[in-house]
Design a protein around this ligand. Structure first.
Ligand code: ARG
Length: 582
């Protein structure tokens, strides 16, 4: 079934062609939900642009569209307002039918993409020299939400964890491992940060150690067995730590998604040779460089992407080129939409990689390659979020603190909750709060990490939405009605608050589609927040359990059920769980 706005859009389009001719079949009626019920349910803003093409005043053009509109079956009123807006009010029966069809649809109206994109999405991708820290939070959370949304929309999603475990720092780490006991030794890398600090201190103070660490890098790259074994031991420990963090966060990355930097080592010589012979890269001062057009430094000189360093080694830029070739190539992952959820500060690096890969002909026409940038996590003082000692805040500690704080809040709100249930709810609320705070801000901006704001039960927060959901679930427990029983109940849209709630609920699919298009999760959080608010208004104005008659009661229960399902599905797409009680 068509959503009300799809229905209105097609009727308006028909009216435009009947009034102005077939040449205008492509005109977008610019239909929006009205800002206020005083302007109807929807407002069309077609007349402004159309008036420029056909002449006459926008008001007259709007009137002509209205005169040609054949929508008596779906509209109860239509009028021209202001400078040429068309205000549209749906018949209650149309809204009721739309709500009923959503109730019967597991997907709540979200279409299945046809044909689907083959989406390759690179996210989390930490550099594993130390424990995962606050700087890894955003890519992991935003990337996972986007992967879930894209997969739900029917796309074929391939996750890639392009984590870093290669390069000079690892020479230092494995030399430290070796000289403190070696692979068979007893050295503990239980505390990765401490281990890193020790290694780094030796590197800084002990010239001999420093030299051995450098040699390790060369040996590692040459595949010398002892160095490789040490490296595997270290990386194994670091990757296991990342797995723990993923478990706490409940992200959908698995080890099968691992495609770390080192996995591209073997192709780098061939890649460099190909770029050189194709004339995309040339040797400059001993290094093999590409100079993608349009990239200039401050002095206006061309910027180099270094494919191969003058010492023969390869770095981050080369690895990213290899990764993109693999992701786009028909014999590789064959992605049709390739997404990088990476810090905004890497914009230029990625743009250059994209440009060189295109110049090399590795990205087939029609394949989209997109950087999804995001800002930083700031502390309450408005500076980058750091621990008291000035270090990066460890993710494991942040997440543990979130759950602990949530547990205290849940205990005070609902002391009767069974302790085992309470612990589970605290986990969902604490982790949900951290994720939601991140996802609900426009990602390109920095945001302030603020415990009391993210854990508040009021405002645009996870606990507010989770609570709204749990309240509806408790309504059903009190009514002693199973949610499945109300699915068949005829929906009646009579009161203003019912109308407003249904208009909100039918917009779900469009919002999900807009997240697929823009890769902006905050569109969904804003929508869910508005949905919970519309439900609150409905619940205050329209008694559910004490409805005046049985038909109204079951209709209102049905709308409550639809709201709960919308909140749970929407939160789920963001990677946030919705407990049934809290
Ligand atoms: N490891 C990098 C970092 O921590 C992020 C990698 C992002 N992905 C990529 N393909 N470059 O900054």
């Amino acid at each position: 079934m068509l959503t009300p706005d799809a229905l209105l859009t097609s009727r308006l389009q028909a009216a435009i062609t009947s009034a102005f001719g077939a040449d205008f079949a492509d005109v977008d009626p610019v239909l929006r939900r009205s800002a206020s019920p005083a302007f109807g349910d929807y407002q069309a803003n077609a007349a402004m642009a159309l008036a420029k093409r056909v002449g006459g005043s926008p008001r007259d053009v709007a009137q002509k569209i209205v005169d040609g509109l054949d929508a008596g079956d779906v509209l109860s009123s239509v009028s021209v307002a202001g400078p040429g807006f068309i205000n549209l009010v749906l018949r209650p029966s149309v809204l009721a039918a739309a709500a009923s069809s959503l109730l019967a649809d597991e997907r709540l109206g979200v279409p299945v993409a046809d044909p689907p994109d083959r989406v390759v999405i690179d996210y989390s991708s930490p550099t594993l020299t130390k424990e995962m820290h606050i700087g890894h939070l955003r890519s992991t959370i935003i990337g996972d939400a986007l992967a879930r949304v894209l997969a739900f929309a029917g796309h074929d999603v391939i996750r890639q964890n392009h984590y870093g475990e290669w390069g000079t720092q690892f020479g230092m780490l494995i030399e430290h491992l070796s000289s403190s006991g070696g692979t068979g030794g007893s050295v503990s890398i239980a505390d990765l940060n401490e281990f890193y600090q020790e290694a780094n201190a030796r590197f800084g103070s002990d010239a001999e150690f420093k030299e051995r660490a450098r040699r390790r890098v060369v040996e590692l790259q040459a595949g010398e067995p002892e160095s490789v074994a040490l490296w595997q031991q270290f990386v194994g420990a670091a990757r296991a730590h990342a797995e723990e963090v993923y478990g706490l966060l409940g992200v959908t990355l698995t080890p099968a998604d691992d495609r770390p930097e080192s996995s591209f080592n073997d192709v780098l010589d061939g890649l460099a040779a190909e770029l050189e012979s194709a004339g995309v890269a040339r040797v400059d001062d001993g290094a093999l460089c590409a100079f993608p057009s349009g990239f200039k430094n401050r002095d206006g000189d061309p910027l180099a992407l270094i494919v191969r360093k003058s010492d023969g080694g390869y770095g981050y830029q080369a690895t990213d080129l290899a990764a993109l070739r693999y992701r786009a190539s028909p014999s590789g992952l064959a992605g049709t939409r390739i997404i990088y959820v990476v810090d905004a500060r890497q914009s230029q690096h990625l743009s250059m990689v994209f440009a060189v890969a295109r110049a090399a002909g590795w990205v087939p026409d029609g394949v989209r390659v997109e950087h999804v940038p995001f800002g930083m996590v700031m502390g309450p003082d408005g500076r980058p979020f750091k621990s008291r000692s000035g270090d990066n805040v460890k993710l494991q500690e942040v997440l543990a603190e979130a759950v602990e704080r949530a547990a205290a809040i849940v205990a005070s709100k609902n002391p009767e909750l069974d302790p085992a249930v309470r612990a589970e709810v605290a986990r969902m609320v604490g982790i949900g709060a951290v994720k939601y705070a991140d996802l609900s801000s426009d990602r390109i901006k920095d945001y302030v990490f603020d415990w009391s704001r993210m854990l508040a039960f009021e405002g645009n927060t996870a606990p507010y939405l989770q609570y709204a959901h749990a309240r509806i679930r408790s309504l059903f427990r009190r009514a002693e009605v199973s949610p499945s029983l109300v699915l068949e109940a005829p929906v009646v849209v009579a009161e203003d608050a019912e109308r407003a709630l249904v208009l909100q609920l039918v917009a779900f699919a469009d919002v999900v589609t807009s997240v697929v298009d823009t890769l902006q999760p905050h569109r969904l959080t804003t929508y869910l927040f508005e949905t919970a608010q519309a439900f609150t208004a409905f619940y205050e104005q329209c008694p559910v359990l004490r409805a005046p008659d049985e038909a109204t009661r079951s209709s209102r229960l049905a709308l409550s059920e639809l709201t709960a399902r919308t909140l749970a599905l929407g939160l789920g797409l963001l990677g946030i769980e919705a407990p049934d009680r809290m």
